[in-house]
Design a protein around this ligand. Structure first.
Ligand code: HEC
Length: 169
């Protein structure tokens, strides 16, 4: 048993040393313009999902679902997010080509997370990606308005849908 534990310990040390050597060798790829591999993208999605389950507690959306709030959410999105996430009228070239991982283009791939998880992403951002947190940059009610807009992309009233689809990036 003792030998087995010693073996595990040495194994962990060797893995750690190899990782440090790899990171310090300078061959670790850093270009954001490279295409993310499907395996890497799946792993990143998996760990994001697990992390959100772990730290973001379900909470009610304090913003009422109304046309005024959806329009306000759309405006906030266009002013702050569309540069990377595109609009209903077009993809952001920057967001869909030059970020690693790519910024999802919400006009073409709707977010699937529940609203409280989207809120957690908007508020605190996602580490090691281009998605910064908006904490302290945007009032929480406005973050909820953007989230309300994003969770209703499939059922926007015609007045909001028209503006969303018309606006090109
Ligand atoms: C500078 C570029 C940039 C800006 C500005 C930006 N984002 Fe992001 N966002 C990203 C990137 C890159 C990702 C991908 C992160 C990942 O896959 O882990 C992302 C991911 C997200 C996600 C997670 C989506 C998912 O399904 O994984 C949400 C939600 C989101 N952003 C919302 C917003 C909102 C709302 C705003 C504006 C208030 C915003 N973002 C502004 C770059 C940006």
């Amino acid at each position: 048993m003792r030998n087995f534990l010693n073996g595990c310990f040495v194994g962990v040390l060797v893995c750690f040393a190899v990782l440090i050597m790899l990171l310090s060798s300078g061959i670790w790829p850093i270009r954001a313009t490279a295409d993310p591999s499907p395996t890497e993208a799946r792993l990143a999605r998996f760990s994001l999902g697990r992390a959100l389950k772990h730290y973001a507690a379900p909470r009610p959306n304090p913003v009422a679902l109304s046309e005024a709030n959806l329009l306000a959410g759309l405006k906030l999105f266009e002013d702050n997010c569309a540069g990377c996430h595109g609009t209903g009228g077009g993809r952001s070239h920057w967001g869909s080509s030059n970020f690693y991982p790519r910024a999802p283009q919400f006009g073409f791939e709707r977010p699937t997370m529940p609203d409280w998880q989207l809120f957690a992403v908007v508020k605190d951002g996602i580490r090691y990606t281009g998605m910064g947190g908006w904490d302290g940059e945007m009032p929480e009610d406005d973050m909820w308005r953007v989230v309300t807009f994003l969770t209703h992309l499939a059922s926007l009233p015609p007045s909001v849908e028209g503006k969303w689809r018309l606006r090109e990036k």
